[in-house]
Design a protein around this ligand. Structure first.
Ligand SMILES: [Zn+2]
Ligand SMILES: [Zn+2]
Length: 172
């Protein structure tokens, strides 16, 4: 889905996407099409995009490796600017640069690929640390059992982990 700059009226352009057609590949498992809104407005030589993204996904817990439902939510603002002609000729493709406060994206052509903007924001919205719960107990280092489901039979003390020794000291 490409929006050409000359298709953007002076009053701006506002639309929502709720069919999930923009969702890239299968790297992130989605539970529904989600809801995105995008607004575009011309500001001088630039185009200013503001948007929001809501997407229910399934992530894998870093600790216990179980899947859990998570709602991606991201608000974003991006400025689009045209590359100078000589730069455009040299590069040929879109340039993504991270500004200090606002993202500025330099384009070779005056058109914006909305789907790729949404895909980028989706990846940014995925948390770096993924936990099914703050209290997730993780897996037993001995037998690999998921300790959220049941305590395993590896008695504390069999393990030589210093954490277990500490735990025993505390109990006594
Ligand atoms: Zn977990
Ligand atoms: Zn165990």
């Amino acid at each position: 889905m490409r929006i050409k700059w000359d298709e953007i009226p002076a009053s701006g352009l506002l639309f929502s996407i709720d069919d999930g057609s923009w969702i890239p590949g299968k790297e992130v498992e989605c539970q529904g099409p989600g809801m995105c809104t995008v607004s575009l407005i011309k500001k001088g030589e630039r185009v200013f995009l503001t948007g929001s993204l809501r997407l229910p996904v399934v992530l894998e817990c870093d600790r216990c490796l179980d899947s859990f439902a998570y709602n991606l939510a991201e608000e974003f603002e991006v400025f689009f600017e045209l590359l100078a002609k000589e730069d455009a000729a040299a590069s040929g493709s879109d340039h993504f640069c991270k500004g200090s406060e606002l993202d500025v994206v330099y384009l070779a052509e005056p058109s914006i690929d909305i789907f790729s903007v949404l895909a980028q924001q989706m990846y940014l919205a995925v948390p770096e640390k993924r936990l099914c719960s703050d209290k997730c107990l993780g897996l037993c280092a001995e037998c690999g059992a998921n300790l959220n489901r049941r305590p395993c039979d590896c008695a504390v003390g069999v393990s030589t982990s210093p954490f277990n020794v500490l735990a025993k000291l505390k109990i006594q």
